[in-house]
Ligand binder design. Sequence first.
Ligand code: LP5
Ligand code: MN
Length: 242
Amino acid sequence: MPHTLFIADLHLSAGRPDITAAFLRFMAEEAPKADALYVLGDLFEFSIGDDEQSPLNRRVASAFRDCGVPVFFIHGNRDFMVGRRFAREAGLTLLPEHQVIDLYGEPTLIMHGDTLCTDDAGYQRYRRITRLGWLQWLFLRLPLKKRLGIADGIRGKSAEAKQDKSITIMDVNQGEVARQMRKAGVRRLIHGHTHRPAIHRFDLHGQPVQRIVLGDWYTQGSVLVVTPETETLQGLSLGENR
Ligand code: LP5
Ligand code: MN
């Protein structure tokens, strides 16, 4: 059966070898059978630039390169510093933050999902600043150790800020969902980021539409399988990799 795979929020890091093992197994066994693989952000726990060249980054790049199917990547809020060099090494295509793809005849909007969280004003302000091209240019010119220190600082501040935010503030804003779907002219939206896997069906201007949310890879893997007929969110056990 022809099908396309979607994953997001793996948060790969050297400190979580079980997740890396599950991802590598998925890349070797599941990905090659698909028409294409879409990675919708937060593949890495965080990224400070392609020149980091850690063993993890290199293994991930070769897993993508060797899978034999087209791989597409949209940045998440943690790995937006993944750049053209990694894309080349991994043989993947970097997509813009919001992209409409043709999924077996159904135009589908795909994104990481953080831009839907418009109630989280603190995050949106921080996002605007860290996406400034000139600031990223300067950041990449700092020594790796310094960059790592800055990333640690941001991670600490973010964890602190999150303690004061409600679950609702950190979820998508339904008005923004409607606005972005309408603007893109789609009946289907696929995203990650909120770590709340679900297939939401609702009406938009009298039309049935759906918003599919991918799950994270903390206690199990999460994969969305879309065929010409159906869409299924699947859990992926990590146990076999231990
Ligand atoms: O991912 P999660 O669930 O932890 O939290 C997100 C939001 N937090 C983030 C921060 C990332 O986790 C850390 C990524 C490190 C990247 C390193 C590269 C640095 C490159 C710099 C290039 C210039 O995304 C969190 C959301 C939450 O999702 C839910 O949506 O709430 O957002 C925050 O908590 C942000 C706070 O509100 C504000 C943080 C202030 C940070 C101040 C530092 C500014 C320094 C600027 C540049 C050097
Ligand atoms: Mn995210």
